[in-house]
Ligand binder design. Structure first.
Ligand SMILES: Cc1cc2nc3c(=O)[nH]c(=O)nc-3n(C[C@H](O)[C@H](O)[C@H](O)COP(=O)(O)O)c2cc1C
Length: 357
C-alpha cells in the first residue's frame, strides 16, 4: 500500500536534505545523514535517460543500503515516460519517488519538464497520477510556489497534487524567475498548508536552525528542506534535530571534528568517483567548507595548482589541520563571501547543466 503514513513514519525528524544536481551524491548524503538529515534525496534523474539506459542516469539514482529513508528524484516531461522510469527504478527500492516540478533551467523547461509542468495543471496532475500508479512506492512533488511567472496559485497546485495521488509536497517559495538574491516568500508555504491534506515541506533560505524553526512557526509546515544551507555547514541538521534555535556558527564543530569531517568527506568523493572525475566535486566542497575561514583564497590557489584528487585532498587536509581562524560572519569579508556563495551556486548549476549535454 502506498500511503502518506508509510513515508511519514519513516521520516524521523524535521529536516530533509534537498536534491541538488551534481552535489547530493552518496558521500554528501552520508555526511548529512550522519548529522541528522531525516530524509535525503538523489539529484534529479532524467526519466528519458533511464529509458535509454544511460549509465549516468542510473549512477545518479543508485544509493547505499545504509541510506534509507531515501528519495530518488525523477525529472520527466511526459506521464508515460515518468511512469516507465519509475517502474525501472523501483528495482532499487527507494522509499519515495520525488517528482521534479520546480527546476527553472531553460534546458529542462524547454523540454516541458521541471517548473514548466506547472504551466498546465492538468498535465501536472496527469504526471503525478501516472508515476503514483506505476509502482507501490509513494510519490512526493517538489514545486515552485506559483509556477511560471506567478501564473498559478499555490493552493491550486497543492489541491491538484493531492487529488492526483501525491503523498507529500515540497514548496520552494520562489517562482521560476525569482533569483536567489530575492528572499523566498514563505507566505506561500503557509497558503499551501492552509489547503493541504498531505504534509507540506517548506523550502527556501534556511541557513540555520533558527531559520528552520521560524519557517515552521510562521507557516505551520510539517518539515523543512535544506539545500544551500547544508553546503559546507552540514551540522545544520544536528542543530535542527537537537531543537537548538541557533545560528549556524554557534554550534559549529570544533577544529578537530571539522578537520576529520572534511578529510573523510573528500576522501569518500575520491573513492566514489575516482581520481579524475572526483576533482571538481572535491574542490567545490573544500571551498564551501573553507568559506567561513580566513585565508580561503590560499586554499583556492592550492586546489587549482594540481589536477589530482590526492593533491586536492592533501591541500585541504593541510589547510584544516592548521586550524584556520573563522571570519567574523558579521564583518564585511564574512558577509561578502557568504552573499557571493549564496548567489553564485546558481551559476555553477547552469554550467553543470550545459556540460552534462
Ligand atoms: C547546487 C544546486 C543544485 C540543485 N539541483 C536541484 C535538483 O537536482 N532538483 C531540484 O528539485 N532542485 C535542485 N536545486 C534546488 C534546491 O533543491 C532548492 O529547492 C533551492 O536551492 C532552494 O533551497 P535553499 O534556499 O535551501 O538553497 C538545486 C540547488 C542547488 C543550490
Amino acid at each position: 500500500m502506498r500511503t502518506t503514513e508509510d513515508i511519514v513514519n519513516k521520516i524521523k525528524g524535521k529536516a530533509l536534505l534537498a536534491p541538488m544536481l551534481a552535489t547530493t551524491d552518496i558521500p554528501f548524503r552520508r555526511v548529512c545523514r550522519e548529522y541528522g538529515a531525516a530524509l535525503t534525496c538523489t539529484e534529479m534523474v532524467s526519466a528519458a535517460g533511464i529509458l535509454r539506459s544511460s549509465s549516468r542516469s542510473f549512477r545518479n539514482a543508485v544509493f547505499g543500503p545504509d541510506e534509507h529513508p531515501i528519495a530518488i528524484q525523477i525529472v520527466a516531461a511526459d506521464p508515460d515516460d515518468g511512469a516507465a522510469a519509475a517502474v525501472e527504478l523501483q528495482r532499487l527500492q527507494p522509499d519515495l519517488f520525488d517528482l521534479n516540478c520546480g527546476c527553472p533551467s531553460d534546458r529542462v523547461c524547454e523540454a516541458g519538464a521541471g517548473a514548466q509542468l506547472l504551466d498546465d495543471l492538468s498535465r501536472f496532475g496527469a504526471i503525478i497520477e501516472a508515476v503514483s500508479n506505476a509502482t507501490t512506492i509513494p510519490v512526493s512533488v517538489k514545486v515552485r510556489n506559483r509556477g511560471i511567472n506567478a501564473k498559478q496559485s499555490v493552493r491550486d497546485i497543492v489541491r491538484t497534487a493531492q487529488d492526483s495521488g501525491a503523498a507529500m509536497i515540497t514548496i520552494h517559495a520562489r517562482t521560476r524567475s525569482t533569483p536567489y538574491g530575492v528572499a523566498a516568500d514563505w507566505t506561500h508555504i503557509a497558503d499551501a498548508v492552509s489547503v493541504a491534506r498531505i504534509p507540506v515541506t517548506g523550502n527556501g533560505d534556511i541557513f540555520s536552525a533558527a531559520d528552520a524553526f521560524r519557517m515552521m512557526d510562521e507557516t505551520g509546515c510539517h518539515s523543512v528542506m535544506v539545500a544551500r544551507g547544508a553546503l559546507g555547514t552540514p551540522w545544520i541538521f544536528r542543530d535542527i534535530a537537537q531543537g537548538r534555535s541557533s545560528n549556524i556558527h554557534e554550534h559549529a564543530p570544533e577544529p578537530a571534528e571539522l578537520h576529520a569531517l572534511v578529510v573523510q568527506h573528500l576522501g569518500s568523493l575520491r573513492d566514489e568517483f575516482g581520481p579524475i572525475r572526483a576533482v571538481p566535486r572535491m574542490r567545490k566542497h573544500a571551498l564551501w567548507y573553507a568559506r567561513r575561514f580566513q585565508e580561503s583564497a590560499a586554499l583556492r590557489r592550492a586546489l587549482f595548482a594540481d589536477e589530482s584528487a590526492d593533491a586536492v585532498l592533501d591541500a585541504t587536509d593541510r589547510y584544516f589541520a592548521a586550524e584556520p581562524r573563522p571570519l567574523d560572519p558579521d564583518g564585511s569579508d564574512g558577509r561578502r563571501i557568504e552573499a557571493a556563495f549564496r548567489e553564485r551556486v546558481l551559476y555553477w548549476i547552469a554550467s553543470v547543466l550545459q556540460t552534462q549535454g
